[in-house]
Design a binder for this molecule. Structure first.
Ligand SMILES: [Zn+2]
Length: 79
């Protein structure tokens, strides 16, 4: 289990003690630290978190979304 998964588990367990808004913000920021595979929307690369279009640049892959900061996994885009 990664640090992030552990943190998410702790958050989950203590959910009731904190404001929903705070839980959501922390969850979101934790999730963005876990690289997610990029999406293909209308034949354009898109962020798996905010679904905004990303530049189709292969030579310099973005490590995270320029819109929301989601970490990106560019491996096997056609899986
Ligand atoms: Zn994004």
């Amino acid at each position: 289990m990664s640090e992030i998964q552990r943190a998410q588990k702790v958050m989950e367990q203590h959910k009731g003690h904190w404001e929903d808004d705070i839980v959501k913000v922390i969850f979101d920021s934790l999730e963005k630290q876990v690289p997610k595979k990029i999406l293909d929307i209308d034949n354009r690369n898109a962020c798996p978190h905010c679904r905004k279009k990303l530049p189709n640049i292969v030579f310099e892959n973005l490590s995270c979304c320029s819109h929301c900061g989601q970490k990106l996994d560019w491996s096997e885009p056609n899986e």
